[in-house]
Write a protein that binds this ligand. Structure first.
Ligand code: UD1
Ligand code: UDP
Length: 359
């Protein structure tokens, strides 16, 4: 069996890393196709270095662009690579343009597709990610759903066979890296006087940061949380967000803005935070896994499990709602159960593929 593993952005590199390691461990024939959707060191190479991943055999270097241009380049480029490599199955992870375009390219060549993290739905088709994940799910032959709830969502759309509940590979990634992060990361001492009571914030979702009023609301929310709760807010800023802040002439008063950090440093910051404020999908999951309360800066989430277990609340982008939610969650007892699996999702994914290809 030959597996083509596709990745293109920060979360895909992090969440595919355990799958790559599993292929290495079991000597499975595989190759990596990097689309180059993310290319800045802090969103790309740092994760290959830290997680000791091999370089991708193929890099399409598509870079940034409009949805049509970026998706088109990935579609054409990955088709070329799949024709050359002839994998038995292509694995994609998540909901980015990389995922949707590579899944489509493989499907049209008659190559089987496995979607890791299948069956997530925000039911908000204005989000590019929702469109991407629906298309990926409906073109995939293997749907690796993280939870039973995701399986049910797929069932509601008529996708019944080929769905496997495996857990989310972010649990594998976090468990594998957490101990190493605690030993190797010196981010807390490096950042200087971050008090032991601080809040970690991220924001990069297009629907938040590309709209001036919403981005302003998020930033004001962070400022007032810092002021009223009397805790430093540490904000590693995604390049998209930094560019939009400059474009709109916005700043975040009282918030400590830093460049994006690597996974080990981020896990270390997250594990020790009193609270997380985020619009990221992966960060909502990680906070839940690491037992750090989370306030999500969105009106909906495709990770409802985090809310059901009491680890997360939705606050939208209005400053007062963000503040109210932060006050409520910072006191939350950290006694919930991680709904995303036991850290062996990648092993199950490879087991399922091996079993199926043997038949
Ligand atoms: C993409 C995904 C999003 C995912 C996020 C993870 C889509 C539609 N969006 O959003 O689902 O949550 O990745 O972080 O697939 N930029 C850089 N360096 C880079 C990459 C981007 O500076 O390496 C800047 C550029 O200004 C670019 C902007 O960020 O225009 C947006 O990049 P893009 O890949 O289009 O989307 P993300 O916001 O990163
Ligand atoms: N992350 C990181 N450094 C940062 C911010 C986030 O390593 O400065 C990691 C984080 O641990 C998580 C992933 O990036 O695993 C989430 O990616 P992102 O928020 O970019 O995308 P999303 O999950 O929303 O698609």
């Amino acid at each position: 069996m030959k597996i083509g593993i596709v990745l293109g952005t920060r979360p895909e590199i992090i969440k595919m890393a355990p799958v790559i390691r599993e292929c290495q461990r079991r000597h499975i024939d595989h190759f990596l196709l990097h689309t180059g959707q993310h290319y800045s060191y802090s969103l790309d190479k740092i994760f290959f270095d830290e997680l000791e991943l091999p370089d991708a055999q193929h890099n399409l270097e598509v870079g940034s662009g409009s949805h049509g241009v970026q998706t088109g380049k990935i579609l054409a480029g990955s088709e070329r690579v799949f024709l050359e490599e002839r994998p038995d199955v292509v694995l994609v992870q998540g909901d980015t343009n990389t995922v949707m375009a590579a899944a489509l390219a493989a499907t049209k060549l008659g190559i089987k597709v496995g979607h890791v993290e299948a069956g997530l739905r925000s039911f908000d088709r204005t989000m590019p990610e929702e469109v991407n994940r629906v298309i990926a799910d409906h073109t995939s032959n293997y749907l690796f759903a993280p939870t039973e709830a995701s399986r049910r969502l797929l069932q509601n759309e008529g996708i019944v066979s080929c769905v496997h509940v495996t857990g989310n590979t972010i649990v594998d990634a976090a468990f594998q890296a957490k101990e190493i992060a605690a030993r190797r990361s010196n981010i807390l001492s490096h950042l200087g006087p971050v008090s032991s009571h601080y809040i970690l914030a991220t924001a990069h979702r297009a629907e938040n940061v590309d709209v001036k009023e919403r981005l302003q609301g998020v930033l004001r929310g962070m400022s007032s949380v810092s002021e009223i709760l009397g805790m430093e807010v540490l904000f590693p800023v995604h390049p998209r967000t930094r560019a939009r802040m400059e474009h709109f002439g916005l700043e975040a008063r009282g918030v400590r803005m830093i460049d994006p950090v690597g996974f080990l440093d981020f896990l270390q910051l997250e594990s020790n935070a009193r609270l997380v404020l985020t619009d990221s999908g992966g960060v909502q999951e990680e906070a839940c896994i690491l037992r750090v309360p989370c306030v999500t800066l969105r009106d909906n989430t495709e990770r409802p499990e985090t809310i059901e277990v009491g680890a997360n609340v939705l606050a939208g982008t209005a400053p007062q709602r963000i503040l109210d939610a932060a006050k409520q969650m910072v006191e939350r007892e950290r006694d919930w159960i991680n709904p995303f699996g036991d850290g062996h999702a990648s092993r199950r994914i490879i087991d399922i593929l091996l079993e199926d290809v043997k038949q």
